[in-house]
Design a protein around this ligand. Structure first.
Ligand SMILES: Nc1ncnc2c1ncn2[C@@H]1O[C@H](COP(=O)(O)OP(=O)(O)OP(=O)(O)O)[C@@H](O)[C@H]1O
Ligand SMILES: [Mg+2]
Length: 322
């Protein structure tokens, strides 16, 4: 099974400021802001939407191909992904630049000032699937990336008749209604959170019903309230999986997608696929960072069965990787 996950691959630099940003933003000085916050703590994490999805897919026993562009600081990240079972032969390294990086500083009120450096991601538009992968993939996931790259990849999937999932999430604010409509055309599934679904409807002038009719499988996630899957004119409601502790919600959406797709490619019912996505998301919720959690297939299945009945279908996960 050849699954190609395309999208951002990034480093996340997370800092904590032991004060309040608002104490330093002086109302009468906003025309000449020059501030430096001395932070107590900084951690560097593996991140990027495509890499997060691929990491979780690998934990779920798939061997996805990760497609994206990275910079000269990528070798240690590549080694990490390969070790867990992600195929990175489809990643292209551009030595003149750094890998995309997210720098976030959070204060004691959880206010955040962040910057995202696109770096090597801006080169993604220069690569077609055919440039990095020989043959016809079974499924391509188009996740947030350089916007032009996302459009190109969707067009290539349509031209070549490749089944694809459109996952625009963080790029929804950047894309126009026309771009969104064009890129989702022909998608096998569209996955967004509730807020993004609303923005898409506003930008495109379509209703949720219009989207349901245009796309075979429409998935809308609702955070702690779970997710809604619309398929064949039916609404399938999927609850969230109860977390033991909540540490950091970053990356839950990516993990949910990995689990959901794991189920879909295995031919499991959509409700079960959604629940598998929900448990994957819960592991991320319980850890700080998007790839700092780990589970074996055995642990995953045992935990799943504490709450839900899979009628034995998850036994597949206990067999060797596909
Ligand atoms: N507080 C929570 N408790 C349990 N499960 C959660 C919680 N928040 C999210 N999830 C799980 O993760 C799934 C996706 O969550 P959400 O809708 O918040 O995605 P998102 O907004 O795309 O997240 P992000 O972009 O931050 O990764 C939910 O359907 C649910 O299964
Ligand atoms: Mg999201």
């Amino acid at each position: 099974m050849d699954i190609i996950v395309t999208g951002s691959i990034a480093y996340d630099y997370l800092m904590r400021f032991p004060g309040r940003f608002t104490d330093h933003l002086l109302k009468d000085q906003l025309h000449q802001v020059s501030l430096s916050f001395l932070v107590d703590d900084m951690t560097k994490h593996w991140g990027g939407v495509a890499a997060n999805i691929a990491y979780n897919m690998a934990l779920m026993g798939l061997q996805p191909h990760l497609m994206g562009t990275v910079g000269r600081d990528f070798p240690d990240y590549r080694a990490w992904l390969e070790k867990v079972g992600v195929n990175t032969s489809t990643v292209r390294q551009i030595d003149e630049v750094f890998t995309a990086s997210f720098f976030a500083n959070t204060d004691i009120d959880n206010n955040q000032i962040a910057s995202f450096y696109a770096g090597a991601m801006a080169y993604a538009r220069h690569y077609r699937l055919a440039d990095v992968f020989d043959g016809h993939p079974d499924l391509v996931i188009i996740s947030p990336n350089d916007p032009q790259a996302m459009s190109n990849l969707a067009a290539e999937c349509r031209e070549r008749g490749i089944r694809f999932i459109y996952d625009p999430s963080q790029q929804v604010p950047r894309l126009s209604g026309d771009e969104l409509l064009r890129d989702m055309q022909g998608a096998y599934a569209l996955i967004v959170n509730a807020y993004e679904a609303e923005v898409i409807c506003k930008k495109t002038g379509k209703t949720l019903e219009d989207l349901q009719q245009a796309i075979d499988i429409l998935v809308i996630t609702h955070g702690a309230r779970g997710s809604h899957i619309y398929a064949d004119g039916q609404l399938i409601q999927v609850p969230a999986f109860p977390p033991d502790i909540i540490r950091d919600p970053t990356g839950v959406g990516d993990a949910f997608r990995a689990g959901l797709v794991r189920g879909m490619v295995s031919g499991w019912p959509l409700h079960l696929s959604g629940l598998v996505g929900a448990l994957c998301a819960t592991y991320v919720l319980e850890h700080i960072g998007t790839q700092n959690h780990y589970f074996t297939p055995g642990q995953f299945v045992a935990r799943f069965r504490q709450h839900f009945d899979d009628e034995g279908l998850l036994d597949v996960l206990l067999q060797p990787a596909v």
